[in-house]
Design a protein around this ligand. Structure first.
Ligand code: TXE
Length: 479
């Protein structure tokens, strides 16, 4: 394994450079510091924004759409050439099992492939108007786009956000999460080697309060996309309001899966559990609430509990079912939430492997039954491998419980009744509804985003291109 990147460097205007200060990076599997990143701040963000603006005025801004597509496609291919290295780095940095990290690298390549093909196929239109006029619209980039991404899926979120922004011809400034910046930096090397012009992508690592705040409040950016916590999302939206720029927020959720009495349980079961424990539950679209019709309630709890008993937790490179959570802070937060559930029915738990390193941040996957829908564990995002199972009696009650949180990101429905599927799809408050599946295999084509405190704006798919471009109307009077 060659670690072919230098994590203490940031990328500005096509040049890699160091900062005066560095930050230690912890391996969540061991609790040891295994790397360092540059601690960028306001000065580096200023330079990155200026470099992005210069790229828009230069080679990148003048590049024809089809050539942008070729560059994005070259990036996609290079990511695939480095899948194993990227997966290794991500597994150590985030703590996710190697197979999940590998899937994330492949998904990042797929985003660039998808958006490569879209570059020269997304355009304006002509509008019939008065005699003597020709009216048409132009789809243009916003200009400089800011991207603040979290640590749970660094590669996937980079792919969906930066991929779509570059496809529309924006120049991006990316601020990865301080906990897990290394694959973003490795991606920077890949993008430059694939021929992305200098300044089209700039990467500044550093703390959220420093580099992140400087980027979101910068007067030189024209759009900001953010994935992370609700409180920081509120700060980002306030900063965007001051500069009157558009903002895309993806802030997590409390996503339910509804299991009706006619559900095909054998098909549903793997999805019910996996959607709660994947990436140790640190997934914005994690299904942390399982709502089950009373007629099948005991059966579902029993079968889910049996799966939980088989779950093995260990170091990322041991590649078990579940890895550690990202940090001691996150671990304490999850355990604090679990303390609130001491009076609830503990239905099932996974097992921490004997050889899991002692300093790692391990949490036993936990299934809690007979939870009141108003309980804090059924209302607040836990962001750990914890699921609650709630009973319901009919469709109306199921919808009331499902829609009864501040969030609205994803919902899943398990039923063999076609009419019910359609009714649920309409009544559930969520940005994505999955019928007899959950997550639709992570498809990059599927628009994604939330309602309520889950945020607003849509990423992924063709829909993201609307968000990362602006429409100009041209009306020519020619007699
Ligand atoms: O998020 P933060 P944290 C939720 C989840 C988790 C909680 C806390 O519930 O337990 O948030 O996680 C940058 N100005 N999600 O503390 O702080 C930061 O550097 C500008 C859900 O990690 O929101 C990082 O790059 N930027 C979620 C990014 O924001 C700032 C994914 C996310 O960090 C900033 C992650 C500031 N003042 C957490 N402060 C999801 N939707 O999937 C921090 N940042």
């Amino acid at each position: 394994m060659t670690l072919w990147y230098e994590p203490r460097e940031i990328l500005i205007g096509g040049t890699w450079r160091r900062t005066a200060e560095v930050l230690g990076v912890e391996d969540p599997s061991t609790g040891e510091i295994w790397s360092e990143i540059a601690a960028g701040g306001a000065a580096e963000i200023d330079e990155a924004v200026a470099a992005a603006e210069a790229a828009l005025q230069g080679d990148w801004g003048r590049m024809p759409a089809f050539e942008r597509g070729r560059v994005l496609m070259a990036i996609s291919r290079k990511i695939l050439e480095h899948t194993e290295e990227l997966a290794f780095i991500e597994a150590r940095d985030v703590g996710k099992p190697l197979k999940q990290a590998r899937a994330d690298a492949i998904a990042m390549a797929r985003y660039f492939e998808f958006y490569a093909g879209a570059c020269d196929k997304f355009h304006g239109e002509t509008i019939p108007f008065l005699d003597g006029y020709t009216v048409y619209t132009l789809r243009e980039p916003h200009g400089v786009t800011g991207h603040i991404i979290p640590w749970n899926y660094p590669m996937q979120i980079l792919g969906r956000s930066v991929g779509a922004a570059l496809a529309m011809g924006n120049a991006a400034v990316l601020k990865p999460a301080e906990e897990a910046s290394l694959t973003a930096l490795a991606f920077g090397r890949i993008a430059m080697a694939a021929g992305l012009p200098a300044g089209a992508l700039n990467i500044v690592t550093g703390l959220g309060e420093a580099a992140g705040a400087a980027l979101s409040g910068h007067r030189g950016i024209h759009h900001i996309s953010f994935t992370g916590s609700v409180p920081v999302g509120q700060l980002i939206q306030a900063a965007a309001a001051r500069n009157v720029i558009p903002v895309t927020l993806e802030l997590g959720g409390k996503s339910p899966q509804l299991v009706f009495e006619d559900a095909d349980l054998e098909k549903a079961l793997p999805f019910l559990v996996n959607a709660g424990i994947q990436n140790a539950g640190q997934t914005c679209s994690a299904s942390s609430r399982i709502l089950v019709h009373r007629a099948r309630y005991d059966e579902v709890v029993e079968k889910m509990a049996a799966r939980y008993a088989q779950l093995r937790v260990g170091a990322a490179l041991a590649d078990l079912d579940v890895g550690p959570v990202i940090s001691g802070k996150q671990c304490n937060m999850i355990n604090g939430m679990l303390d609130l559930g001491k009076d609830l029915t503990l239905a099932g738990q996974g097992v921490i492997a004997d050889d899991a390193p002692k300093g790692g941040h391990y949490v036993r996957p936990t299934l809690l039954a007979r939870v009141n829908p108003d309980h804090r564990l059924a209302q607040e995002e836990i962001f750990g491998p914890v699921q609650v199972v709630i009973p319901f009696s009919d469709e109306d009650e199921a919808v009331k419980i499902a829609n009864g949180t501040d969030f609205g990101l994803v919902a899943g429905v398990w039923s063999e009744n076609g009419g019910r599927q359609m009714r649920m799809a309409k009544r559930l408050r969520a940005g994505q509804v999955f019928l007899n599946n959950y997550g639709a295999a992570g498809g990059v084509e599927l628009p994604f985003g939330g309602i309520g405190k889950s945020g607003h704006g849509r990423e992924k798919g063709f829909e993201a291109l609307y968000g990362f471009s602006v429409l100009k109307t041209v009306a020519a009077h020619h007699g």
